[in-house]
Design a protein around this ligand. Sequence first.
Ligand code: FES
Length: 91
Amino acid sequence: MSKENLYLCMGSACHQMGVYEVLPAIQRLLAEYQVDDRIEFKGSFCLECCSHGIVMKFRDTLFLHINPENVEEKFKQEILPEIQKAVGSTV
Ligand code: FES
């Protein structure tokens, strides 16, 4: 089964905003919602909307204004639905 890529911007602006706190939270959430077998979670270069960071990307959709405080909410409300639309959901 091929995996879809989910990107987390590791560019310097996003890095300063706390990527290293967001990263483990996303990993945990991918496992918690059982999509980690369908999703390849990757770091990316600057996604070119630094002033709206932290930025994540799935397919052609950008997710903006992620931070260590709102990451769980952002994941559940914005990112997870996009993933489930794309890969199908059994959850
Ligand atoms: S550093 Fe993340 S969008 Fe530029």
